[in-house]
Design a protein around this ligand. Structure first.
Ligand SMILES: Cc1cc2nc3c(=O)[nH]c(=O)nc-3n(C[C@H](O)[C@H](O)[C@H](O)COP(=O)(O)O)c2cc1C
Length: 282
């Protein structure tokens, strides 16, 4: 089991996407701790081959960091995520990369999931990408600047990053027609709240959860046209993996038992653009 030296709910609650950093390089001790965490990561739920690398960015002072299209300023280190695509690979990638993002957050450092605004060729060299591997996402790692840059503020505004959908839009009983609120969720209220406040690409929050016979079935409601934007990388499946990590880690810290399994409840018809992903069986 992955463990942190702070409560996972506290780490999830303080994490925000940061695109502006102080130029100070990451300390040697922090780098060592991050590398030790990465090398001790468990096998993800679907058993995919995911590799996470902490790499230095070229020197640039306070300026824009090469390879990020001017979106990131000041960061001197990057977390680069590498995947050998397979069934469940994008979910596994989201699960492990978020585990790392939250570890970095627990050290008081800033991060920002980036699945679109980076130059894949540039980071491929830094991660020594092998044949058959892809880079679904990267994240700057560093000390967040005191003020967000103009570009950073624009991203926060454009994605509506400060807000999230209410639980009743995401969770329902037996099918998709009976929404559930926090009070209806018993011991699962906190793990599900940690799903609700998770980061997602463009803050689309595509997770839908149906509670049926005590099992939590996770569905993905896709955003129209979104899958065409990122070619071979399915960022909304990555979002599902992030939600799985938040749910599982919170449930485990609360002492709840359960595991992931493919157990499609066969709900029909499904809402449009919606597909089944995985179930949490207590
Ligand atoms: C899979 C994924 C991909 C993302 N890609 C980008 C990106 O390419 N560029 C960017 O600036 N932010 C990116 N984000 C950050 C989201 O816009 C951000 O998480 C969301 O708006 C919520 O804001 P918060 O992280 O501050 O809570 C991505 C987030 C996720 C989870």
């Amino acid at each position: 089991m992955i463990s942190y030296d702070k409560a996972i709910t506290d780490i999830i609650r303080i994490r925000r996407s940061w695109r502006s950093y102080r130029p100070d390089p990451l300390g040697h001790a922090d780098k060592e701790r991050i590398r030790a965490f990465l090398s001790g990561l468990d096998c993800p739920p679907f058993g995919s081959a995911v590799r996470l690398v902490l790499a230095d960015a070229p020197a640039h002072g306070m300026g824009r960091v090469k390879g990020t299209y001017g979106v990131v300023t000041g960061a001197s280190s990057f977390l680069i995520g590498v995947l050998r695509p397979s069934e469940g690979g994008f979910e596994d990638f989201g699960y492990l990369f978020e585990a790392a993002v939250l570890f970095v957050t627990s050290l008081g450092l800033g991060t920002c999931w980036m699945g679109g605004t980076f130059d894949r060729g540039f980071f491929a060299d830094r991660a020594s990408l092998a044949e058959g591997e892809i880079i679904p996402a990267i994240s700057p790692v560093g000390i967040a600047a005191d003020r967000r840059s103009m570009v950073d503020r624009l991203f926060v505004l454009a994605a509506g990053s400060r807000s999230r959908k209410p639980l009743t839009d995401l969770i329902s009983r037996d099918g998709f027609d009976t929404p559930l609120a926090g009070g209806d969720l018993g011991p699962h209220a906190l793990p599900l709240e940690m799903v609700r406040i998770a980061p997602s690409s463009s803050n689309r929050q595509p997770w839908r959860i149906v509670l049926k016979d005590g099992v939590m079935h996770f569905f993905l409601t896709r955003t129209l046209g979104y899958s065409l934007l990122f070619g071979e990388v399915d960022l909304q499946r990555v979002d599902m993996g992030i939600a799985m990590f938040h749910f599982e880690q919170t449930a485990r810290e609360l002492g709840m038992k359960g595991s992931w399994s493919v157990a499609d409840p066969g709900i029909s018809p499904l809402p449009s653009m919606t597909e089944y992903v995985v179930s949490w069986v207590p």
